[in-house]
Structures are given as C-alpha cells and as structure tokens.
Design a binder for this molecule. Sequence first.
Ligand code: SF4
Ligand code: SF4
Ligand code: FES
Length: 262
Amino acid sequence: MTERILMPEPGLPPPHASRLSPHSRTLSVRVWRGTESGHFQTFEVPRLESQTVLDVVTDIQRRLDPTLAYRFACRVGMCGSCAMTVNGRARWTCRTHIDKVAEDGRLEIAPLNNLPVVRDLVTDMSGFFDKWAKARGQFRGATTRRDDFARVPPASPARRLADAAIECIGCGVCYSSCDVVAWKPDYLGPAALNRAWTLVNDVRDTGNRERLAAVAGDAGCHACHTHMSCTERCPAKLAPTASIAGLKRATAIASLRGELEG
Ligand code: SF4
Ligand code: SF4
Ligand code: FES
C-alpha cells in the first residue's frame, strides 16, 4: 500500500483564492483509489468557504488527477448519485459541507459500503436496484388512459403513510449503513423495503398480494434487526425502519389470512 502526495501545479493559483476559509488554508484528503483492493491516496487541496465534499472531489479530479472516477449529477440533493463514505459515514457529498465533517483539516473519502466498487469512488448500484424489483417496487395500476384520474384525499391514513416514505431518491446511504446488508447480502435492505411500503399504501396499486409475499421471505422485512442506522443516516430524513415495521405488521396479517401462500 503506497501513498502519494500530489500538490497543485507550480504557478497554478487555487480557484477562488479570495474565498479561502479562515479555519485552515488546506485540507489533507485521503481518497480511495482502485476497486475492491486498492489504497488511499492523499491530496492537499485549498480549503474554501462554503465548500462541500463534492467540491473537494471535483477539485481533485479537475486540477490534480483527471483519472479519479466519481459520480454526481444534480449537486442539490435530488438525483442520489453522489453518495460516498466520508470519514467513515455514508453521506450525500453534494450536501455535506466540509466544516461539518473535516477533522483537524483531514478528510477520508471512500466508496459506499455494501456495494461492489467499479473504480475509485464509483460503486455498482445494479444489485441495489435489482432488490427494488425483487421487493416488487414497481407500481402496478388497473386503470387505462381513458379512465379519470384517481383522487386520493391527502388526509387519508393510507395517503399519509405513502407520503411519509415516498421522497426516497435511491441514493444508497441507508443500504450502505445497514449492518444486516453487510452480514446477509441477499437482504433486500431498507431502501427497497421502504419503496415496497410506499406501494402497499398506494390505494391505486393492485400488486400487494405478490408484494407482501416477496417481502415476507427470509431476505425480507423480518430480517431487519431494527438497528435504526438507516433512519439515523437517511439524508432525506425518511424512516425506513418505520416502513419495515409496517411491512412486518402487514405480512403478519396477510399470513394469518392465508394470503401469502402460493
Ligand atoms: S431511504 Fe433515504 S438513504 Fe435510503 S436510498 Fe432513500 S433517500 Fe437514500
Ligand atoms: S433498521 Fe433494519 S434496515 Fe435499517 S439499518 Fe437497521 S437492520 Fe438495516
Ligand atoms: S449530486 Fe445529486 S444528490 Fe448529490
């Protein structure tokens, strides 16, 4: 395992030099390089005011090492593509300010846990989204384009339950933070189960019997140990633990009614 220290090219001023943070003029940033096996590489970057972790990664890639692989799109917490492990904890890097996470001017940035690493800071999310499909996370309606719009009163209990879980952007922070996913790789995980619960409460959906059967198995909601890491870490402030508890109740009732059998 080797470490290289890369400094800005001589004569190249740091961008926005007039906005250097008063805390410290530089950050020492350890960045994961490689795939499942690899090493941390250390970069020194200017510390700026209002700087996010994504700004730091972008600065490294644009000025110091264009081969650094990472992923982002919206930069405003909407697309879910920029999540990484920052000082040991999964976060949206575009919404995480350096002042909140840098410890003595140091940062460590790694790919999300519990997902295969494609390269550097990029993880392969296909298994994560495959689990959404396994949890029957697709809406299945019964109406056609000739039918009128469904009207679901905003204050109805089912609508409130669906609304509470619907703002998930599929970032993988909860999945990466879940110990059960780490121990039991086939566990569907908090995001897919949260999605299933949203649809269980969608009165327009017709796929609940199949969905509840899909999430009731060994890799489903009953594998959750209620550790709460998903709920504590979800940047969108959703509560997958509560959604999973709802699925546990719904599958128990369906089982008593004999609705989970073939
Ligand atoms: S539940 Fe939260 S942490 Fe999990 S994927 Fe959705 S937005 Fe991300
Ligand atoms: S509450 Fe369940 S799904 Fe969420 S982190 Fe804990 S074990 Fe994983
Ligand atoms: S870049 Fe879209 S959520 Fe961070």
